[in-house]
Design a protein around this ligand. Structure first.
Ligand code: XMP
Length: 311
């Protein structure tokens, strides 16, 4: 049966209202489609009893904290921004194994949220986990940052009661819910952005310097590819390096990968056919503006056998 987004919105608003009632709830929002749709759904259900929490973990794209909090606030959602970059970098320090990085991120994330829940005396945490997050985590492909209970971690360990209104939906239906909620296209048609942010695109240790480099490359790639239709488009920083030339001298530089994929539900994906001239322009801009980078590659791998992100 076709998914009825309007009915889903009505039923879910009622469910959230029945559960959270007149209690205070927090909603963790990263700025990605799922968490934004979830926040607005929760806002429709409990209004002023909802506080959206945006954690600035130091792993966001340029201007992301300001952009996300102002979108929420301009639509009436009470929003707090928590600056916690140091906590996240400390948690990620020395970690190079992808699953270790994911676990460290998840732990720092829920510790920060747990603190916020206590501070705001919230009874519930509402979060935008979707079916694909659970499927990949349970399938042991990668442990997505927002999956706890389904893998045997009790949210109460962090002092949380979790509500997950979107947990049965895949991305296309989440977008339909966003549309049914009357949100602008810029929110519900937005490219997905993973909860652990740029950390999913840093291979090797996540340090402030390496994230800064990747953030610059991300801005260039997103800008240059904004008119190319894709499910996701981003830059990746590899841990390998390659010999290059800077000012006539040998430079053992960093490698940036451009990644752009087509996908429906993120469970499978294929690389976007980007015109060669655009790739060349991106290469020039990246190597000119980020002197530490000497090589730019384009990733032509589908999922499977690749995944979309790099860790
Ligand atoms: P992969 O890399 O597994 O990604 O092919 C599938 C989709 O999920 C996003 N992704 C995440 N989203 N928390 C999230 O909220 C995570 O830990 C996470 N890891 C990957 C990814 O951007 C893609 O859309």
């Amino acid at each position: 049966m076709a998914f009825n987004a309007k009915k889903f919105v009505e039923d879910t608003i009622e469910e959230i209202r029945n559960t959270a009632g007149n209690k205070t709830a927090l909603c963790a929002t990263s700025g990605g489609v799922d968490s934004m749709v979830c926040a607005f759904l929760a806002y429709r259900a409990i209004g002023k009893n909802l506080t959206a929490v945006f954690i600035d973990d130091g792993l966001m794209r340029e201007n992301e904290p300001k952009r996300v909090t102002s979108v929420l606030r301009s639509r009436g959602v009470r929003t707090v921004l928590i600056s916690a970059a140091n906590d996240f970098f400390r948690a990620l320090k020395g970690k190079e194994d992808p699953e270790d990085m994911r676990k460290a991120f998840r732990h720092a994330f829920y510790k920060t949220l747990g603190k916020a829940v206590r501070k705001h005396r919230a009874k519930y945490l509402i979060q935008g986990t979707i079916a694909a997050d659970v499927a990949e985590t349970k399938g042991k492909i990668k442990s997505q940052h927002n999956v706890l209970e389904q893998i045997g971690i009790s949210p109460s360990r962090y002092g949380l009661n979790v509500i997950e209104p979107l947990v049965k939906l895949y991305k296309p239906d989440v977008r339909k819910v966003g549309k049914a909620l009357g949100l602008p296209k810029s929110i519900y048609q937005r490219m997905p952005f993973p909860g652990p942010g740029l950390a999913t695109r840093v291979v090797g240790e996540v340090t402030p310097d390496r994230v800064r480099m990747l953030r610059k490359a991300t801005t260039i790639v997103e800008r240059e590819l904004k008119n190319v239709k894709a499910f996701q488009t981003f830059a990746v920083l590899l841990s390998d390096r390659a010999t290059g030339i800077r000012k006539g001298k040998r430079a053992f530089g960093n490698i940036i990968v451009i990644r752009s994929v087509q996908s429906k539900n993120a469970l499978t994906a294929s690389p976007t056919h980007i015109p060669y001239q655009i790739l060349e322009r991106i290469q020039k801009k990246i190597t000119r503006r980020i002197p530490e980078v000497t090589k730019v590659l384009y990733d032509i791998s589908p999922k499977p056998p690749s995944t979309i992100e790099y860790i």
